[in-house]
Design a protein around this ligand. Structure first.
Ligand code: SF4
Length: 441
């Protein structure tokens, strides 16, 4: 019965403790019994109350943590962000020696890093004190993948995330905390703690207390009476932010191999599941966008959804209707993807971000060509491409602007679905950049 109690030990939120923690509790319990017997304090305990080696064990469960739980929707994260002023204000255990402002900043920074970087909770709490680097103006987070034992990984982060870390670093430098946590960004706050940094269960508890005290959070969608659905706040826990990070990138069309690197996944199959788009959703998205296809001059060129799907292949900056390229799955463009000047080019609104990015890259190339003193025809050709692509997106924006807001929202949703479906194909068409980890030092 005692062993059963340890097998079923649960956290305050009702979920089971990890098998390793339950095994550790059980082991400590039997050590305590043995110590009591040695000291004579448990002499009255029946001799049969002892551990049966094969029977009284808790097996190691190795759930793939990447499959646990779900992403917190972006709309819910936006609601959480509006309540950050209360994060950490109601929880003082382990923090009584820290001023309320500093305590609030500590929690807020952990939340920000969790939300913006998609690292696992242990990877967040164990970040080193000097976890920031800057390469060519791009801030980078240095972190340890404890799960795969890959250390000093590098992740590009936004300037605002880096600023949040720096603000906390400056505050942290003023605090008098136990020396054993000196190396860590989020050090242990009490000398009684075993670990030199804040435990991930502590982060989990803090998040739980905060989320439970918030006013109602709304999920996406409405019920049968048109009332906004409530979001189940038990789904807010640290690991869920990792799923949100991955889903955010998949929805934005980040190619699957790039996201795999960002997530530091061992297998691409693990990353691939964030791109799952049902055939039905994809067909609906194609049907919606086929009515908003343009040609290379930016003029409407709508087609039936069947024709759009059957006679078009996705190339980097739009659809292509050139038959031999369609047959080759988009890998056999006869004129090296000079789409903006090609009569077979058929972009739809889902390609807007890719076209805008391509224009920026062409502009950068033109600057480089000018700086190198390249021949005039080089810059002329680049300018012509920029002008042609710009014309396409200007006309597309104008067309979208003429539509009712509800129609635009549907187009945006359909665009997200198609970008995600395309990005999930395991081939990189757009040259996005990640910072590759250096060799372990
Ligand atoms: S340049 Fe023309 S043929 Fe080549 S991929 Fe673009 S649209 Fe297709």
């Amino acid at each position: 019965m005692a062993v059963e109690a340890f097998r079923a030990a649960r956290k305050r939120d009702g979920t089971l403790y990890s098998s390793s923690f339950r095994r550790s509790l059980l082991g400590t319990f039997f050590q305590l019994i043995a110590y009591g017997r040695r000291c004579g304090t448990l002499d009255d305990l029946a001799g049969t109350f002892t551990r049966v080696p094969v029977e009284h064990v808790i097996s190691v469960e190795e759930p793939n943590e990447d499959f646990i739980g779900k992403a917190i929707p972006e709309s819910v994260i936006r609601q959480l962000d509006t309540h950050l002023d209360t994060l950490g204000t109601g929880n003082t255990y382990g923090c009584r020696d820290i001023a309320p402002d500093a305590r609030h900043l500590l929690y807020r920074t952990m939340y920000t890093v969790l939300r913006d970087t998609g690292r696992r909770p242990l990877e967040i709490v164990s970040l080193s004190r000097d976890c920031l680097e800057t390469h060519n103006g791009q801030p980078t987070l240095i972190w340890d993948n404890h799960k795969r034992k890959r250390h000093r990984r590098r992740l590009p982060i936004t300037t605002s995330t880096a600023d949040a870390i720096r603000t906390w670093q400056a505050c942290r430098d003023q605090l008098h905390l136990p020396a054993k946590g000196d190396r860590y960004l989020f050090p242990s706050l009490t000398p009684l703690s075993d670990a030199p940094y804040i435990s991930s269960s502590y982060l989990s508890d803090a998040l739980r207390l905060w989320a439970d005290a918030l006013p109602p959070l709304h999920a996406e969608g409405t019920d049968s009476r048109g009332q906004r659905l409530l979001f189940d706040r038990s789904l807010i826990y640290p690991y869920a932010f990792r799923h949100s990070y991955a889903q955010r990138h998949a929805d934005a069309g980040t190619p699957v191999d790039v996201l795999r690197e960002l997530m530091d996944h061992k297998s691409i199959a693990m990353t691939q599941r964030y791109y799952t788009v049902s055939l039905k959703r994809k067909s609906e998205a194609v049907a919606k966008l086929s009515a908003h296809v343009l040609n290379q001059h930016g003029h409407p060129s709508p087609s039936s959804s069947t024709a759009y799907e059957m006679r078009t292949v996705a190339v980097p900056y739009g659809g292509c209707t050139e038959p031999s390229n369609v047959k080759a799955g988009g890998q056999a463009c006869p004129i090296r993807f000079q789409c903006a000047g090609c009569g077979f080019y058929r972009p739809d609104p889902s390609y807007l971000p890719a076209i805008e990015q391509h224009i920026n890259e062409l502009r950068a190339d033109r600057e480089t060509a000018l700086a190198m003193g390249a021949a005039e025809f080089v810059t002329t050709a680049l300018t012509a491409q920029i002008t042609a692509y710009q014309q396409v997106i200007d006309r597309m924006h104008k067309h979208l602007g003429s539509l009712p807001a509800s129609e635009r929202a549907q187009i945006e949703e359909a665009s997200t679905v198609l970008r995600k479906a395309r990005a999930g194909d395991n081939h990189t068409l757009l040259p996005l950049t990640t910072v590759r980890p250096k060799d372990p030092q």
